[in-house]
Design a protein around this ligand. Structure first.
Ligand code: FPP
Length: 247
């Protein structure tokens, strides 16, 4: 039973602090039903709610969702605009409920490329949920891992050129603080849905030691029990961070 699973993972104690998710399979979900792709994305919003509430219930502190990648800009204009419309609607509709649930929303990515209406809506959800202390939700929008690393390198190079920084001062910690995820601990667990074994340019720096769980479930069918199953799988792993086991 679902509540048994929740009780079990809470009892195990070692709940991942930060879970990141590649929400894949919306298109296939729609195709299987003879529906247009955008209806798969719309259905996927229900799973976003499930993942958020399931995270709060499990005691996960940070949930990072890959909502729109830099590569997604190359999809047909109609699909891009449907996705932006969904994000906008989501940001407007869920703001109050997320605030009530104690969810603090952050939006990370190249937001300059996002249309003004969507940008305004996401800025408003960030503003309206500030201070939520049960879950930090990172929505990755117009995000690409390589671009993030290049952007950080460019920023550090500019500081070196200004004379504000010596190359020898650039270390992992300074580099981390130049990424979109500055100050956020690396994910403990990455979940990818729809059975694909790829990272797809997501959090390339941050996933160095992250445990990966691949779920066969298409994102619109993903619910909180699937999330808890992933957590239980994580709790069976032995994390060594490149070292030898303690036993
Ligand atoms: C991948 O499925 C999913 C996306 C590109 C977008 C994810 C967006 C949502 C779940 C909806 C809105 C999100 C929020 C946070 C409100 P795909 O289209 O690549 O599926 P396919 O591989 O089956 O074609």
């Amino acid at each position: 039973m679902a509540s048994d699973l929740l009780a079990r993972i809470r009892l195990n104690g070692d709940v991942p602090r930060h879970v990141a998710v590649i929400m894949d399979g919306n298109g296939r979900w729609a195709r299987q039903r003879g529906l247009p792709r955008h209806l798969g994305h719309r259905e996927g919003m229900k799973s976003v709610r499930e993942a958020i509430e399931g995270s709060v219930d499990a005691g996960i502190e940070i949930l990072t969702l890959f909502a729109f990648s830099t590569e997604n800009w190359q999809r047909p204009a109609r699909e891009v605009s449907a996705l932006m419309g969904l994000l906008q609607r989501y940001a407007r509709k869920e703001r109050e409920e997320l605030r009530r649930q104690g969810v603090e929303v952050h939006v990370l990515g190249e937001l300059d490329r996002v249309d003004p209406g969507t940008r305004q809506a996401v800025e408003a959800i960030v503003e309206g949920t500030r201070g939520g202390d049960r879950l930090r939700l990172n929505l990755m929008i117009s995000y690409g891992g390589r671009e993030e690393i290049v952007r950080a390198a460019r920023e550090l190079a500019a500081r070196v050129r200004e004379g504000a920084l010596a190359p020898s001062q650039i270390d992992e910690s300074l580099f981390q603080s130049s990424l979109f995820t500055a100050g956020v601990p690396d994910p403990d667990l990455l979940i990818r849905t729809s059975g694909e074994y790829r990272i797809s340019n997501f959090l390339l720096w941050q996933l160095a030691y992250t445990e990966i769980h691949i779920s066969p479930v298409l994102w619109p069918d993903f619910n909180r029990e699937h999330l808890w199953e992933a957590v239980e799988d994580y709790q069976r792993r032995e994390r060594r961070f490149g070292r030898v086991s303690a036993t």
